[in-house]
Design a protein around this ligand. Sequence first.
Ligand code: NAD
Length: 251
Amino acid sequence: MYGGTAELDGKLAMVTGAAGPTGLAIARALLEHGLHVLLADINARRLDEVCEPLGAAAIPIPLDVGDPDQVAVACSGIRGDFGEVDILINNAGVLSNNKAAETTPQEWRRLMSVNLDGAFFLAREWLPGMRRRRWGRIVNICSLAMKTGGLTAGTAYTASKGGMAALTFSLARESACDGVTVNGIAPAYIRTPMVTEQLDEAARERLLQEIPVGRFCEPEEIAFLVCYLISPLAGFVTGEIVDINGGLLLD
Ligand SMILES: NC(=O)c1ccc[n+]([C@@H]2O[C@H](COP(=O)([O-])OP(=O)(O)OC[C@H]3O[C@@H](n4cnc5c(N)ncnc54)[C@H](O)[C@@H]3O)[C@@H](O)[C@H]2O)c1
């Protein structure tokens, strides 16, 4: 990795939603850079399947990030077994394409809980240690939806990702003086089940006409951006939300 891989060697990273394609691509990239990686996901079965071929540096953590009690228990176990987390990638997310009138209070709460509360609960656990050690990285996977109002994404999803961006700014401001950077990534249309299953064929065809680059984003392209943001040479980048949307929105 440009900027001194050696400085990252042996550090501990946590990637949430790591049983999904984007989280897994991120975890793989971090493992390639010599990090120990905690792969957290609510889907324990899939988590075991994906961790199995990754080797001993990949540690599965079955966890519902939206449940504060589960997060507290898991983090205390991680602290005891592996120590403090240096790099946190909040990638777990759930999508709903329902607009306001079709969004029930339960759905609103579920999306907020996974997409926004989960990122907060984990940052709250790991940020103090990062600040004490005067080095840390947090990357929040947001979404283009927060800027466009959701081209296809629904109201709760869009609002939860907007909240995540504001959380990014707040954490970045409070921890910049302690060598910790907190950034976000705002992707659009990564080729994962959110696109291949939660959008119909007609919507996908329409999007491919509209995305200037003419294709969907690959999970590995998000992982590459994460590697940049966590690299030692990116220490002056904080409170930034990096767009990766194939030219859908130019700002
Ligand atoms: N796919 C896209 O087009 C797209 C676009 C913009 C942003 N994003 C964001 O990127 C991230 C990854 O998306 P993806 O497409 O790989 O999603 P995905 O649905 O394929 O994977 C998400 C993973 O999160 C896990 N998860 C869900 N609820 C959880 C919970 N409560 N606790 C822990 N894990 C939980 C799921 O089990 C799954 O493995 C998400 O935050 C998503 O909102 C995706």
